[in-house]
Structures are given as structure tokens and as C-alpha cells.
Design a protein around this ligand. Sequence first.
Ligand SMILES: NC(=O)c1ccc[n+]([C@@H]2O[C@H](COP(=O)([O-])OP(=O)(O)OC[C@H]3O[C@@H](n4cnc5c(N)ncnc54)[C@H](O)[C@@H]3O)[C@@H](O)[C@H]2O)c1
Length: 369
Amino acid sequence: MNVLVTGGAGFIGSHTVDALLKAGHRVRIFDALCKPVHLKGVPVYLSPDAELVVGDIRDKDALTRALQGMDAVYHFAAYQDYLPDFSTFFSVNAAGTALIYELIVERKLPIQKVVVASSQAVAGEGLYRDADGVLFTPDIRPEERLARGQWGILDEAGRPAESLPTPETVANPQNQYGLSKLSQEKIALSLGRRYRIPSVALRYSIVQGPRQSFYNAYSGACRIFCLHYYFGRAPTLYEDGLQIRDYVNIDDVVRANLLVMQDSRADYRAFNVGGGRAYTVKEFAEIVRSVLGRDIPPAGPGLYRFGDTRHILSDISALRSLGWEPAKTPADSVRAYRDYLYEQTDINDIMAYAEKKMRELNVVRKAQA
Ligand SMILES: NC(=O)c1ccc[n+]([C@@H]2O[C@H](COP(=O)([O-])OP(=O)(O)OC[C@H]3O[C@@H](n4cnc5c(N)ncnc54)[C@H](O)[C@@H]3O)[C@@H](O)[C@H]2O)c1
């Protein structure tokens, strides 16, 4: 097949491109090479066997040309940040997706499948059970409680509630990114069904592995913990470090991407793509410490980031029923990322850059209690 991969110069996109090439497909990458993800221009890991077209997903003419002659589309291009420019999330992530469908319908393009990259952020705080056994989906935690160092989610009666693995039926995004990803999913699945363009939305959890941008504030704990331990410094755990997170390895994600492209049972559905096992952030930090071979425990001075999810673990039984199973562990991901880090020649500026950005955005605050 001829496959268009938007965002194919990025982390998940480029690994998917490599797997598609290996499977014998012809690949065209459509990517705007956005900063700060691509601070240094075309990434060196990009395969010369894929055609690279530089363009923005919102540019109708450029996207029209990129879609010519294609049989299938992976749509990874997205705006991901902590910035409050809300409209950009929707113009890139929602309108950009709508434009793909607009062009397929308008130009009667023979696209046989579209796979869009959604996110666990669609689930927001996820699914909970209250003390009476009633299920509910909480909203963002109030800042007043966080400022007092009270981290847990409470039910309506103020009793502690239990976090559960969250299935795809839960959609309760709590920030501009999650909202835009839910819009993207709805656009893909609804317009796909209406115009008979087989479409699948994949809600990735925290994807880990080499090629995650060092400059992207969104790249998360793997990058920041690895960088700290690389430089022999203690990383900071927010809250009490007991938040549950869901880590999935890039190789498992690529297998999911290829599976849903081939399997028509996936059509018109959203699937969680997660690691299937809960880890606390503290456990994950311990994995990084051990892989990097350091003897420094993480720091935990009660800092928090307003808007962070307390616990989230995706229920992956839907994708499992198609025969997919995550095979790799967070330790595998950290080892691969460490090896990638050690190959870099310019990492001295990287951590200073990351910390400066977080301070500028003022997302880290301190509990008073
Ligand atoms: N990495 C994760 O943990 C994760 C988790 C959930 C969802 N996702 C989703 O998976 C997809 C890929 O994420 P990633 O981690 O590979 O990110 P990434 O930043 O490494 O890659 C995204 C790519 O899209 C390109 N891009 C951004 N805006 C564009 C635009 N307007 N036009 C054209 N290209 C544009 C960037 O240049 C970049 O190469 C995204 O849709 C993201 O929302 C990622």
C-alpha cells in the first residue's frame, strides 16, 4: 500500500514509518517539523526510504497534494503542550483531522483506512468507584485541596474513592489537549462511518522509547527522570509519588498501529493502547534509578502541578480481544531510552532547556501543609 503518515517525523510516527517500510509498504511522511520538537531540523533517525513532504496539516493545498495516490493514512500530527493557546489545540487537532475527511470526500479519494492518534487524556481522571460501590467519573481536583496536600479523589459525600481501569466508554477530558483529542476521535469515527471510510482511533497511554523529543515539555517522566539521573541529580516526584500511571512501550504501540490497519474488526472504534499494569510514579522513578545505575533517591517536597491526573490506568481488554498484548515493560523502555540518550552529543543544554520551560509556564506549585 501507499501510506501517508502525518507527523511521521515525530516519535510514534517515525517508528511506525520504519515498521511500514519493513512490511513492504511505500511511505510518504507529511510533517511540519515543528519546534520545539524538532529544534535541530530534520531528525537524523528519519528513514531515507520514506518520502518527506514538509507541510502543515491545516494547509489545504499542501494536504491535498500529500493525499494524492495514497491508500491509507496514519494521522499522528498534533499540537501537544501546556500552553493556554486553546484555539491552537482545536485548529490543529480537530480541524486538521476534519480537513483529512473533507478532502477524502470532496476529491473522492480512494482511501481505504484512516488511523488517528487519540490519547488517554480523553479519559480525564478516569473511572472511580465510591464507598457505596457506585461508579463515577470525577472532574479535575480542586486547587484548594491540592494546596493543602490532599491528593486523593473523594466521592460526593467526601469519602475516599477507588480508581479503576478505565474503558473506552469513559470520555471526560479535563484540559484543552484532551478536549481536542476527543473532538478528533468523534470527527474520525462519525465522518468515517457516515462516508464509509474505515477509521480507527487509538487512545495511547504514556508511550515510551527512543526518539521522544528532548525539547518537548509533553515528553514526560521518562525523559525528565532519565536526564536527572544521567546528570547525577535527584528527580522530583510531585504530590506523594503514589500517583498511578500507565506506561506503554513504543514497540507495542507500533504493533497496535499495524494491527488495526489490517483488521476490519477495528473499524469505526476507539481503542485504549496501554501497558495493562499500574505503576506509581515512585516505582517508575525507582526503575529509572536502577537502569541508570545511580544511588540517589528522588526528591519529594510536596510540589504539585495543578491539572495533573491523580491516577489513570486504561482498560485494554478491547484491543486484547483483537489479539494484541503489550510485551514490553517500563524497564525495557527506560533501557532503550538510556541507550538513545547516551548516543546524543548535545545533551548539556537539554536539561537546562527543559527546566527553564517548566518554570516559565508556572505549572509547578507547592502545597502549604
Ligand atoms: N507520546 C505519547 O505518549 C502520546 C500519548 C498519547 C497520544 N499521543 C498522540 O500520538 C501522536 C504522536 O505523538 P508523538 O509523541 O509522536 O509526538 P511528536 O511531537 O514526537 O510528533 C508529532 C509530529 O507532528 C508534527 N506536527 C505537529 N503539528 C503539526 C502540524 N500542524 N502539521 C504537520 N505536522 C505537525 C511534529 O512536527 C512532529 O513531528 C500525537 O497525535 C499525540 O497527540 C502521544
